[in-house]
Ligand binder design. Structure first.
Ligand code: TXA
Ligand code: MG
Length: 346
């Protein structure tokens, strides 16, 4: 397949208008959102949706999110709109919050992988919203990576995975949030199935207590079923080993320095994900600054791009654990999964 590339800034009108027609005609379009790039198809057309699974190599039992351009577009997709959802939509849409509720009959089973619920979100990105409006239908879209890889937040990573697999790619520059949306189930007690840019603390300020699914920070037990099918798959795996060090910043850095030296003696090429607060601990070693521990959103914003940066032929990444609070919860969720839960403690 020949993939057409558009730039959202220079070819604004033409790009989204054309791409919207491609979606309507049953094609695949990669588009930018504030979280990560998405691989979109007509969300009301089961056959078009199946192409997404094929292009990504995605397991068929992992459901998709429907993306809409205005709040009222959720109405026909759910059986009804519960009161609690209205409050959340008013506060956080458009934005990185996906809400799960009982699906209506117009949502094809290809989108929901046979579940009786459907995930919906309204992204906060001009190009994404313009594309959805141009298509005139909800757009089903997972992250635009090959299944198992970190989600793409930069055009070069989109091209790595999707060139030749989608009809159109729209370049919108780097994604600002950098991790995927918060997924909140409203079936039963409100439960975060996947943490993201809208934090537990922000949600609780609006609707009161919110649970966090066990699988967010823990590997699934052998006999446990995932609340969200996506949680049971290995995710965000870069092409190298990832090791997480727990403890205070100083203690984590000490572990990392010890293990880095050991790995280097074994001939491994290593890199450390340092933070503004800890970079001084790693003098003479190879490190990148991921962000600021006091502003965990900055860690989220660069994590996936850093995991995909294999320019140095890296064998091993060492990263510090941070408190699982605010956006730190999303950061730790992605980091632990990327590491396959390989954690060192002093
Ligand atoms: O930020 C995002 O959410 C990005 C952009 C493109 O919008 N999309 C995204 O989609 O991350 P995806 O497919 O990579 O992740 C969707 C997650 C999966 O873990 C899936 O299992 C879960 O949401 N999910 C979707 N529908 C669900 C449902 N009905 N019940 C439970 N989990 C669901
Ligand atoms: Mg994904």
């Amino acid at each position: 397949m020949q993939t057409e590339l558009f730039n959202a800034k220079t070819q604004k009108e033409n790009g989204t208008g054309y791409a919207g027609r491609v979606i309507r005609a049953g094609g695949l379009v990669v588009f930018p959102t504030e979280t990560v790039y998405g691989l979109g198809a007509n969300g009301l057309d089961g056959e078009a949706v199946l192409k997404i699974f094929e292009a990504k190599g995605r397991p068929a039992d992992n459901p998709l999110i429907l993306h809409i351009a205005k709040k009222s577009d959720v109405k026909p997709l759910w059986r009804h709109v519960p009161e609690i959802a209205k409050r959340l939509m008013d506060e956080f849409w458009p934005g990185p919050l996906t809400l799960i509720y009982l699906k209506s009959d117009i949502v094809p089973e290809e989108v929901t992988a046979g579940l009786d619920t459907v995930a919906v979100r309204m992204p906060e990105h001009r190009t994404a919203l313009a594309l959805i409006r141009a298509a005139g239908v909800p757009i089903a879209a997972p992250s635009a990576n090959l299944s198992g890889k970190p989600s793409p937040t930069r055009l070069e990573h989109v091209l790595e995975d999707m060139d030749g697999r989608a009809d159109v790619i729209i370049d919108g520059g780097p994604c600002s949030v950098g991790v995927e949306s918060t997924v909140l189930s409203l079936v039963g007690a409100p439960t975060i199935l996947r943490p993201g840019g809208v934090t537990r603390e922000m949600l609780e300020a609006v609707i009161g207590p919110v649970r966090v699914a066990n699988a967010v920070l823990n590997p699934l037990g052998e006999h446990e079923t995932a609340a969200s099918p996506g949680m049971k798959y290995r995710h965000y795996a870069p092409d190298c080993e990832v090791i997480v060090a727990e403890g205070s910043p100083r203690a984590a850095a000490a572990i990392i320095n010890r293990e880095y030296s050991r790995a280097e003696r074994e001939g491994k090429n290593c890199v450390i994900f340092a933070t503004e607060q800890t970079k001084g601990y790693y003098k003479g070693k190879k490190y990148v600054i991921i962000g600021d521990r006091d502003m965990p959103g900055t860690l989220c914003a660069s994590l996936f791009a850093a995991l995909r940066d294999d320019s140095g032929g890296v064998d091993c990444i060492f990263a510090e654990a941070v408190p699982a609070e605010k956006q730190g919860l999303a950061y730790m969720n992605r980091l632990l999964r990327a590491s396959g839960f390989t954690v060192l403690r002093s």
